[in-house]
Design a protein around this ligand. Structure first.
Ligand code: CMP
Length: 141
């Protein structure tokens, strides 16, 4: 079943110069990029994105990090895109991520894990709206 998901290349991923590799991996897999932008998140918008983590010990560090430099946001579409993207990303904690996954190839610590992908249909719908207006998303095939 077709789904759409929000992917962020985090500041460490942009810094490492792996935007192109990440996009290539998705395109090679047959997923479509239907919206794409580079931006610098405000602390307010970061807090909205990560609202489920408010109050957790790592929340302030997470907001500091995600607002520390430019990020790339994209909407990725395809068969079971939410699940496929998460498998391609590897586990949240890169220590456990398999080689060949994005985090398994490029990340080593949970706070700096190079990429974010929505974890469910509901999260995807909510998160896409934080970054994109409806008119910025290419719905044509
Ligand atoms: P992400 O997929 O963007 O979703 C929430 C983020 O919080 C997660 O990736 C990690 O980067 C971060 N995170 C989750 N747990 C921890 C933790 N225990 N310590 C630091 N950062 C964390």
């Amino acid at each position: 079943m077709e789904s759409t998901t929000l992917v962020l290349v985090k500041p460490d991923g942009v810094q490492k110069g792996i935007i192109g590799d990440i996009i290539s991996r998705f395109e090679r897999r047959g997923l479509k990029i239907i919206a794409l932008k580079m931006l610098h998140l405000s602390r307010e918008r970061a807090a909205i994105h990560y609202e489920e983590h408010q109050g957790k010990p790592f929340f302030d560090g997470l907001v500091d990090f995600i607002t520390s430099g430019p990020i790339v946001a994209m909407v990725v579409k395809g068969n079971q895109a939410i699940k496929v993207v998460r498998t391609m990303m590897g586990t949240t904690n890169p220590v456990d991520a398999l080689p060949g996954t994005i985090r398994g190839d490029y990340a080593l610590t949970i706070g700096h894990n190079v990429i974010h992908g929505s974890d469910s249909e509901l999260s995807a719908i909510r998160e896409i709206k934080i970054y994109f207006d409806e008119k910025e998303i290419n719905r044509l095939d």
